[in-house]
Design a protein around this ligand. Structure first.
Ligand code: GCU
Length: 310
C-alpha cells in the first residue's frame, strides 16, 4: 500500500527532511506492507487542497499550517492568536504538553482527520518590498499577504495594514508583480521561497508563533492494527524531533544568506506597540470560545515559567 504525504515546502526544508526520516523509519519496520511517498512543493496542491484530500482519504497525510485548520475546527483558533506565547521556550513546552494539544488535535475527527504531531514554523514577522516596518503605523496603506484564516485577517486589520489572504505558493509572484507590498512569515520564506529576492526589509515584530500540523486521514489511522499504530506513533515523534533539530540551523543559515546574498536588512523594532494593537483579540477569543479558557490559562503558566527575554 502506498502512503502519500503532501507538504508545501522545498526538499531543503526541515519539514521535508523530517518526513523523509519518517519514510525511512516506517519502511524499515513495515516495508513489506507500506511504501511511503513524500510529495513536496505543493505537488499535490495547495495546503487547503491537501487538507481536503486528507479529509476524503485521497491522500493519507499532509502538513497544514495551524492557521488553515481554524476553518475546520474552532479550537485551532487558539494557536493562531498573535502574541500568545511569551518565548519560543514557552511555545515548545506548551506544544509538547498533551493536555494542551490533545483537545485541539482531536477536534477535527468529525471532519475526517486528526493531528498526529506538530512542527516548528518559527516566529512570523513582517517583510516588505521597500517600506521598513518600525511600528504598526508603517503598515498603514500597505497590502500584506496573510494566510487564509479569519484570525490573520483580523490581526492585520488591527495592525493597520490591508490584509490580502492567499495561498503560500502564490506569494512570490504577487510580490514580484507588486499586487502586494509585503508578507509575513519566518526567515525561511526569504531564502527557500525566494521572497528575499524581492523584499529588502524583514522586521522582527514577532507577532505569531504558528505551528505546522501533520494531519492524517482518520479512517486510515483507525484501520491500523495496534502494533502498526505503535510504530506509526514512534514515526510521528521522529518527525517532530528531526524537524526541530533541523529548524535552528536552517533559520541561522537563512538569515545569513538573506543578509549576505539577497541584501535583506533585518530590523528589530519595539514589539510592544504591535502587541498592544492585537491585545483585544485574546479577550474576544475567550468570550467567543469559553471552552478554550483552561488551555489558554495553561499556556499562560508556561509563559510565566519561560518569560520573554526582551
Ligand atoms: C510557513 C509554514 C507553512 C505555511 C506558510 C504560509 O512556511 O511553515 O505551513 O503554508 O508559512 O505562510 O502559508
Amino acid at each position: 500500500m502506498i502512503i502519500r504525504i503532501g507538504h508545501n515546502q522545498s526538499t531543503n526544508h526541515p519539514t521535508h527532511i523530517a518526513l523523509v526520516a519518517f519514510e525511512e523509519f516506517i519502511e524499515s519496520k513495515l516495508g513489506d506492507k507500506y511504501d511511503v511517498e513524500v510529495f513536496p512543493s505543493e505537488l499535490l496542491g495547495s495546503q487547503n487542497e491537501m487538507v481536503q484530500l486528507t479529509q476524503t482519504g485521497a491522500i493519507n497525510f499532509c502538513v497544514a499550517s495551524n492557521s488553515l485548520l481554524e476553518t475546520f475546527s474552532d479550537n485551532y483558533t487558539l494557536f493562531n492568536l498573535p502574541y500568545l506565547f511569551a518565548s519560543s521556550e514557552a511555545y515548545h513546552a506548551a506544544m509538547d504538553d498533551e493536555n494542551i494539544t490533545g483537545p485541539i488535535f482531536e477536534s477535527t475527527k468529525q471532519a475526517g482527520f486528526e493531528a498526529v504531531t506538530w512542527l516548528d514554523a518559527g516566529t512570523r514577522n513582517f517583510y516588505t518590498v521597500n517600506t521598513p516596518i518600525n511600528g504598526p503605523s508603517d503598515l498603514k496603506g500597505l497590502k500584506i499577504r496573510v494566510q487564509q484564516s479569519p484570525t490573520n485577517v483580523q490581526m492585520m486589520n488591527l495592525l493597520g495594514g490591508s490584509a490580502t489572504p492567499m495561498g503560500f505558493g502564490d506569494v512570490y509572484t504577487a510580490l514580484q508583480s507588486k499586487i502586494i507590498d509585503g508578507a509575513e512569515n519566518n526567515e525561511l520564506a526569504l531564502t527557500d521561497n525566494g521572497h528575499g529576492d524581492v523584499c529588502k526589509y524583514y522586521s522582527y515584530d514577532m507577532h505569531q508563533m504558528i505551528p505546522d500540523i501533520l494531519i492524517g486521514n482518520l479512517d486510515f489511522l483507525e484501520g491500523l492494527s495496534e502494533e502498526e499504530r505503535a510504530i506509526f506513533d514512534e514515526g510521528f515523534e521522529l518527525v517532530n524531533t528531526v524537524q526541530r533539530e533541523e529548524w535552528g540551523t536552517a533559520v541561522e543559515a537563512a538569515k545569513d544568506r538573506a543578509a549576505n546574498e539577497q541584501g535583506v536588512q533585518f530590523l528589530y523594532p519595539d514589539t510592544k506597540p504591535f502587541q498592544e494593537a492585537c491585545e483585544p483579540m485574546h479577550q474576544a477569543m475567550l468570550e467567543t470560545y469559553p471552552d478554550l479558557a483552561p488551555i489558554y490559562d495553561a499556556i499562560q503558566a508556561y509563559n510565566e515559567q519561560y518569560p520573554s527575554e526582551s
